[in-house]
Design a protein around this ligand. Structure first.
Ligand code: FES
Length: 82
C-alpha cells in the first residue's frame, strides 16, 4: 500500500535521550485520533548520524532535526495538506 506520508523517527540512543519517545507517542495519538492509519505510516529507524541535531525525524524524503512533539505534528499536518 502507498502511504501519503511515511514517517521515520530515529530510535538511536542519542535521540532517545532527547525524548524521541514523546514524539512517537504524540504521533501515534495524532494518527489514531484522526483515523489516519491508511494515509500515514509511522516507523522507527536507526541512527541517521545527526545525533547532535536530534531528535531526528524523516518524512518521506525530508529530514527534520531538533523535533518536539508539537513540531512533529505540525510537520505531518503540512504533508497531509499538500
Ligand atoms: S541517535 Fe538519532 S541521529 Fe543518531
Amino acid at each position: 500500500m502507498e502511504y501519503k506520508v511515511e514517517i521515520t523517527v530515529c530510535l538511536g540512543s542519542s535521540c532517545f535521550s532527547r525524548k524521541n519517545r514523546d514524539i512517537v507517542s504524540v504521533l501515534q495519538e495524532f494518527i489514531a485520533n484522526n483515523k489516519l492509519d491508511s494515509e500515514v505510516y509511522l516507523k522507527g529507524g536507526h541512527c541517521f548520524g545527526k545525533c547532535s541535531l536530534g531528535p531526528i525525524m524523516i518524512v518521506n524524503e525530508d529530514m527534520y532535526s531538533d523535533i518536539s512533539p508539537s513540531k512533529a505534528v505540525a510537520i505531518v499536518k503540512s504533508y497531509l495538506n499538500s
